[in-house]
Design a protein around this ligand. Structure first.
Ligand code: NAP
Length: 338
């Protein structure tokens, strides 16, 4: 097996650590890949959906003897197996699994079809679990390993209009917590990294459902203020956020290197604040504070009133006016076809 060379925290003579990262071609996954690239103690197996692999080339990230680029749609069993089996056979198994790939649907409960809920849960929850199941036997055999699941502030507090996303991250956190106990006897460390708002474009990748899209576009729809104000809030929060994909990647790297990492690792300032509030405040008070902090909450659920009309920056909005926004991601259709 290949030995380490220089600049690494491992003891001399130790084999390279095999790091498998999902969704590595963009956003946080790419920032992490770029951060880990110079490390001579790691073998990186960077994965992305087949259609996104070309992005690695675009940023000058090429295959080397320590960097391997592989197609992986996390919600496809045969692709998961192919990647893990190759790592098992060629390099002795995954040492560090980073479940980063994720999607976010934006919709209230009434605007979700069963298949949209299933897809959200499949990508953010079931797929990471299935990957974990595949890497655990080798980790147990070696009596060491790391599993790092990228969750979200949405995994500690549920946000309106992000119903299924919150559910998927809460579920991921629940499993990670159980796994933390189950795996400790084998020295397998499990951590949940919780980013809050990140200064990035990833909001553009969120997915509307047919019904949430229609509601967003029609100022008369009863849920329209939910979407309108939440979108404005999230865009603003992401724009003003101090955290960047690289600063979150740095936290993940720290978790990778820490001898005994915490189970839950808040990765941004707002994640720390919300985490502390959740711990310290009585539940009813916590929810009341957050409810009142929702933007223009008095307009939510109301009729298409003049107060709501004048609260909007585009106050000239007339009945039936369509509201411009970015629309859905084309990969949704592509995924459905796949
Ligand atoms: N950005 C934030 O503010 C924020 C906050 C909290 C938590 N997070 C979490 O951080 C993680 C990374 O998000 P990000 O901000 O980097 O978002 P992003 O830029 O939208 O990246 C998401 C990544 O997941 C990949 N992906 C989606 N569906 C996939 C599938 N079926 N198979 C394989 N890969 C798939 C995407 O690949 P394609 O490009 O090929 O679709 C992309 O590489 C996610 O788990 C997200 O929930 C992000």
């Amino acid at each position: 097996m290949e030995k380490r060379s220089q600049n690494n925290p491992l003891a001399e003579g130790e084999p390279l650590k095999n790091v498998l990262i999902t969704g590595a071609s963009t956003g946080l996954g790419l920032a992490l890949a770029q951060r880990l690239l110079p490390r001579k103690d790691l073998r990186l197996i960077l994965t992305a959906r087949e259609a996104s692999l070309a992005r690695f080339q675009d940023v000058g990230l090429l295959e080397t003897d320590r960097v391997h680029l592989r197609p992986l749609r996390v919600n496809t069993d045969c692709e998961r197996r192919a990647v893990v089996e190759e790592i098992d056979k060629r390099w002795g198994g995954v040492d560090i699994l980073i479940n980063n790939a994720g999607v976010a649907y934006r919709a209230v409960m009434e605007h979700l079809k069963c298949e949209e809920i299933d897809r959200q849960m499949e990508i953010n929850f079931s797929a990471p679990l299935q990957l974990i199941r595949l890497v655990l036997p080798t980790m147990r055999e070696k009596k060491c390993g790391r599993i790092i699941n990228v969750s979200s502030v949405g995994g500690m507090l549920a946000m309106p209009t992000m119903t299924p996303y919150s559910a998927s991250k809460w579920a991921l956190e629940g499993v990670s917590e159980a796994l933390w106990y189950e795996m400790r006897p084998w020295n397998i460390q499990v951590s949940i990294v919780q980013p809050g708002f990140i200064h990035s474009d990833s909001f553009e990748n969120t997915r509307m459902t047919e019904a949430s899209d229609a509601s967003f576009e029609s100022a008369e729809d009863p849920y329209h203020p939910h979407y309108f104000y939440m979108e404005r809030l999230i865009r603003k929060a992401m724009h003003l956020a101090w955290a960047t994909p690289d600063s979150v990647a740095k936290k993940i790297e720290r978790v990778m290197d820490s001898r005994r990492p915490a189970l839950r690792v808040p990765a941004t300032f707002d994640a720390r604040v919300f985490g502390a509030m959740r711990k310290l405040l009585p539940g009813p008070l916590f929810h009341e504070i957050l409810y009142r902090a929702l933007p223009n909450i008095s307009d939510w659920g109301g009729e298409y009133t003049s107060s709501y009309r004048s609260a909007r920056p585009d106050a000239s909005l007339e009945s039936g006016t369509k509201v411009e926004h970015r629309g859905d991601k084309p990969q949704d259709a592509a995924e459905k076809a796949a």
